[in-house]
Design a protein around this ligand. Structure first.
Ligand code: SF4
Ligand code: SF4
Length: 281
């Protein structure tokens, strides 16, 4: 969670530090603090001393290198990068956390139906707070990501003066809808749409030595059927019951490992990381 939090904060700050943004009013692409202007000014490059070759080496090639390295990451670590570093996955996990609390609001209305050990007031409080927090978190994230097409200084000016332009409102609303829509399609998105994910998945499936999460079938009788591993899995895999040797949806996040250790004790869980094909669910 620590690495995911750091990467998510870095991701929302990307436009603030001109790492990547396309300023729609200036028609300029900011990439790694260098500028590619699409305005017809006769001179297309600024930044980096106006040197296009420098721009390509510093701005374009690092992204190409990152992308072509993904199959290698996949062959060695499976979808580890998705599980530990992807900011989109982190947003989905935050959404999942709120969704679980929202679902508990049903128990708040019908206290007699609650199977939870928590006090009734706590369920109601956390459920209600999650409604408020999800709106705040979604708004903040959408405003930051709006910086991808509107200059962050302009966003700050509009918010502080309470003069929200139609472009700002449309952009923030569009990003909110996109985040919510993608969240509901998150399994399909992570498994079949995200190019970064697919680029790692295929080598991870064919690689004979990539990192995977295994289930210790020899000790499976110790399973208490608490279903903690299923609840922890944001990709909605049922880790105990998978029969395939390699599950292409698994992002090696290790949350099932932690959940099982919480139930059975540290170093006593039934899931483990291992390299190679081994005894993998
Ligand atoms: S099966 Fe385990 S490691 Fe794989 S995605 Fe689910 S929780 Fe993460
Ligand atoms: S978390 Fe461990 S003990 Fe609980 S259901 Fe999953 S495998 Fe069984």
């Amino acid at each position: 969670m620590f690495t995911q939090g750091i990467i998510l904060v870095a991701a929302v700050l990307i436009p603030v530090f001109d790492i990547f943004r396309f300023d729609i009013s200036e028609l300029k692409l900011y990439l790694l603090r260098q500028v590619w202007s699409f305005a017809p000014q006769g001179q297309y490059m600024s930044g980096a001393g106006g040197d296009p070759v420098n721009f390509i080496f510093k701005g374009i090639i690092p992204f190409i290198l990152l992308f072509v390295s993904l199959p290698v990451w996949g062959a060695v670590l499976g979808r580890f990068l998705c599980g530990w570093f992807c900011p989109v996955g982190t947003i989905f996990e935050i959404g999942d956390f709120f969704r679980r609390n929202l679902i508990r609001l049903k128990d708040c209305r019908h206290s007699s139906r609650s199977e939870n050990k928590e006090p009734h007031w706590a369920i109601c409080l956390y459920g209600s707070l999650s409604v408020i927090l999800i709106i705040i978190a979604l708004s903040i994230m959408s405003i930051f990501f709006a910086g991808l097409i509107i200059a962050p200084s302009e966003i700050w000016r509009q918010i502080s003066a309470l003069e929200l332009s139609p472009l700002f409102i449309a952009t923030v609303s569009g990003i909110m809808i996109l985040i919510v829509g993608t969240y509901f399609a998150r399994i399909a998105f992570c498994s079949y749409i995200c190019l970064f994910g697919i680029t790692q998945t295929i080598p991870a499936i064919v690689s004979p030595f990539s990192l995977r999460v295994g289930f210790d079938t020899n000790r499976s009788k110790m399973c208490t059927n608490c279903k903690g591993c299923e609840r922890a899995c944001f990709m909605e895999i049922k880790p105990r019951t998978m029969v395939k040797k390699v599950n292409p949806k698994c992002i090696n996040c290790g949350k099932c490992i932690t959940a099982c250790e919480q139930e059975l004790g540290k170093k006593n869980g039934l899931f483990y990381y291992s390299f190679g094909r081994g005894e993998i669910y």
